[in-house]
Design a protein around this ligand. Structure first.
Ligand code: FES
Length: 349
């Protein structure tokens, strides 16, 4: 490039030269601020308009990407796998969610940066250091500076940028709302129900045989599950965590709680085996006192008195299942539990 081709704007101005000369002469002197050079957008309204449209386009792209994020949830099944070079086989949902959310956030950031670099004031200002305590004058100045900043950001004069920015910022959180779907279906009434229902026989968990009243001896502790629940069921663990029963036989005259006696059969009572503290399975039975002890934190329940808590951190008695005998002579449930079993429901309350 010849010296004639160097444009006039690219050469240092007289002010620049004076500033540089002052620094060179006395390096300890306050050099002051270099002179402000207006950008093309400061002197050409058409260039400013171009920048404005670019910023608005980026914010609009962010809004479209957020809509794409939400649409991805609807369009792609969770198990849809696609091949994308060079990633290989990937989940279509994860890929589209990542791309659209990334684009939405990137466009907001890029729009804000472009706005600041091209349209907001870039004039450097110096202010004297002042006392930390804010005086009324300072507060008034801060408010005035804030108003100046708002004016210089052109947010009032450029409604296109302002509106698209607010639109983009308002829509991005919608992505989070859609992600709530990943928490799974609502529990609905499931917390109130177990696998027990009227007519379901009590199955001995050791022998896998239906229980008869004569199988339950005084002083013994028997564990039972509902008829139809098998150990090789795919959700056996989940179901048994709600359905597991403890069966004991108590002399009817030793049962103190009137409702417990009514819900028993000849002194045979059935209580949930799931501790109401944090859900450990109860397994220790003291036949003389009819107390059962949870091995986790030693909560103790009195099975002769409505499974009332007599010791430990559990906050609720064990739920009782109402039982009877069917016409074949087997023990059966006369309904579901009339309250939620285990701790989770109570802890939520
Ligand atoms: S889980 Fe039973 S006492 Fe804590």
């Amino acid at each position: 490039m010849s010296s004639q081709e160097i444009s006039k704007e690219s050469l240092p101005s007289e002010q620049d030269t004076a500033h540089g000369t002052a620094v060179a002469e006395n390096p300890f002197a306050d050099p002051g601020l270099p002179p402000h050079r207006p950008r093309i957008q400061d002197i050409d309204e058409r260039a400013a308009k171009r920048s404005e449209r670019t910023v608005a386009l980026l914010f609009t792209l962010s809004m479209l990407a957020t809509i794409g994020f939400i649409a991805s949830f609807v369009i792609f099944p969770v198990d849809k796998i696609v091949y994308v070079w060079p990633l290989g086989h990937v989940s279509a949902t994860n890929l589209s969610l990542g791309l659209t959310l990334g684009l939405a956030l990137f466009c907001i950031g890029a729009g804000a940066v472009h706005w600041a670099r091209t349209l907001m004031s870039d004039e450097e200002v110096a202010d004297d250091r002042h006392a930390i305590e804010a005086t009324p004058d300072v507060k008034a100045k801060v408010m005035a500076d804030f108003a100046d900043g708002a004016r210089e950001s052109a947010i009032g004069r450029r409604p296109l940028i302002r509106n698209t920015m607010f639109g983009a910022l308002a829509m991005v959180p919608l992505s989070g709302v859609v992600l709530l779907r990943e928490l799974g279906p609502l529990p609905e009434k499931k917390l109130f129900h177990t696998g027990w229902a009227k007519g379901k026989q009590l199955i001995n968990m050791n022998t896998n045989e239906p229980l008869r009243p004569e199988d339950v001896a005084v002083g013994s502790l028997t564990f039972a599950k509902p008829q139809g629940l098998e150990e090789d069921d795919h959700d056996f663990s989940n179901k048994i965590a709600k359905d597991a029963l403890m069966i004991v036989r108590i002399q009817p005259e030793d049962i103190k709680d009137k409702r417990e006696l009514e819900w028993s059969h000849e002194g045979i009572v059935a209580f949930s085996k799931i501790c109401t503290h944090v859900g450990c399975p109860i397994s220790l039975y003291e036949q003389q006192t009819h107390h059962v002890l949870c091995p986790c934190h030693q909560s103790t329940f009195d099975l002769s008195d409505g499974a009332r808590v007599i010791f430990g951190p559990a906050g609720h008695p064990l739920p009782q299942l109402r039982i009877g005998v069917n016409d074949k002579g087997f023990l059966e449930a006369l309904g579901d539990f009339d309250e939620p079993v285990g701790p989770a429901f109570w802890e939520r309350g």
